[in-house]
Design a protein around this ligand. Structure first.
Ligand SMILES: *Cc1c(COP(=O)(O)O)cnc(C)c1O
Length: 397
């Protein structure tokens, strides 16, 4: 069993704050401060360029990728870190399209995170007018998996509501129609158990700064199934994905295996922070995280519904079809969330009316849930949100 009291003690959470936004930006692991300081002083400072060999910098995108791979059910050696998630979406969809060369359509849903849709719109525009992005309602995805599709690109857990797609069933349906799959695990990695190998997923991508706590701007990951990786042509053919980067050949030849999905120089300071976070994750079983996360979310839903009649549940009630977050709809949700944040409970707001709360068993416990419910009930029942300063929209909501 994972010891969640022990993991909670490994995070540096501000005194008096109940942090329900680890689904957007994970908190600081205590050891990350020393790990990053040592990376800067002992590695960058003292080793300088020799750190690439001496400190093993060059291998870290793969070794850390494998540690994340354990959490998402990937075969060892098939996950690599680098760039941001938007870039990894581009790479995955571009390679998947080429592996299905007679087809021209990408299917996604309107619950997907906009950046994923924007990236595919941009990619398809470069490829030509005969390529199409088809976007349907999340409930209609299965019925729209047809034999003209090249790629099915979905985010497993809806960023707004936490609704989950059935990865195994949809991947099977896609394969039965000759469709490649790209799964975005932004709200899955570290939130719910994922079994990429068991689901026969083709490509997967995700970020490390949400549930995996690498800090703002931490690198993303990409997975390519072993059966595809030597055939997948990297659309972003950078030197670190070359078979022999230090041969400095003038022509690109893809590297072996997942290394070909590397693009350029990895962000070593940010990877040091991620390394510190993975030391916590290395001690954690995803089955335990899932069980505790469902308990926390159910407790929150019960508490809010019992005390806040104006809030409407916008997430699935059934914990097994919900990610590790709970959302409530409220017309004045933005102002209400600002009032809640001002009282030390940190969630966020997603347009048009969603108050979103993330529950991460690594550092959130039952007492935090009860404390948050009490503050939200106070804000709602005493209309504490109804003040002009809570209605001014900040750049990041
Ligand atoms: C958070 C998130 C992103 C963000 O992409 P970045 O390139 O890291 O800014 C993209 N897609 C999904 C589904 C997300 O949840």
């Amino acid at each position: 069993m994972t010891d969640f009291a022990a993991t909670k003690a490994m995070f540096d959470l501000p005194e008096g704050m109940i942090y329900l936004d680890g689904n957007s930006l994970g908190p600081l692991p205590k050891t990350a401060k020393a790990r990053v300081a040592s990376m800067i002083e002992d590695e960058w400072g003292q080793m300088l360029i020799t750190g690439w060999n001496k400190a093993g910098w060059m291998q870290q995108p793969l070794s850390i990728g494998d540690r994340i791979g354990r959490l998402i059910g990937a075969e060892p050696g098939h996950v690599v870190m680098g760039d941001t998630l938007s870039i990894k979406v581009y790479q995955a969809v571009a390679s998947a399209l080429e592996l299905n060369p007679t087809r021209r359509v990408v299917l996604s849903d309107n619950g997907n995170f906009p950046s994923d849709l924007y990236i595919v719109q941009g990619l398809l525009k470069s490829l030509g007018a005969d390529f199409e992005l088809r976007v349907v309602d999340p409930e209609d995805v299965a019925a729209n998996i047809t034999e003209d599709l090249a790629v099915l690109m979905l985010t497993e857990v809806d960023y707004r509501t936490g609704r989950m797609h059935d990865m195994k069933a949809l991947t099977e349906l896609a394969h039965a129609k000759g469709v490649m799959t790209v799964w975005d695990l932004a709200h899955s990695a570290g939130a719910v158990p994922v079994d990429l190998a068991g689901c026969q997923a083709d490509f997967a991508v995700g970020c490390s700064y949400k549930y995996l706590n690498s800090g703002p701007g931490g690198p993303a990951f990409i997975y390519v199934a072993p059966r595809h990786v030597d055939a997948a042509r990297p659309a972003l053919s950078g030197w670190l994905g070359h078979e022999a980067p230090f041969a400095f050949d003038l022509d690109y030849r893809p590297g072996t295996g997942i290394e070909r999905m590397r693009v350029g120089t990895p962000p070593m300071i940010q990877l040091a922070a991620l390394d510190a976070s993975m030391e916590i994750w290395d001690q954690v079983e995803m089955a335990d995280v899932r069980a505790k996360s469902i308990t926390l979310c159910d407790r929150f839903i019960a508490g809010i519904e019992a005390s806040c009649p104006e809030l409407t549940l916008a997430s699935p009630r059934d914990g097994t079809t919900r990610g590790s977050q709970v959302s409530f709809a409220f017309e004045e949700g933005y102002a209400a969330m600002q009032a809640v944040i001002a009282r030390g409970v940190i969630g966020d707001f997603r347009a048009p009316d969603i108050m979103r709360f993330g529950f991460t068993p690594l550092y959130i416990d039952d007492a935090d849930v009860d404390g948050a419910v009490a503050i939200i009930a106070d804000v709602m029942n005493n209309r504490l949100w109804d003040r002009p300063e809570y209605k001014i929209r900040a750049a990041v909501t």
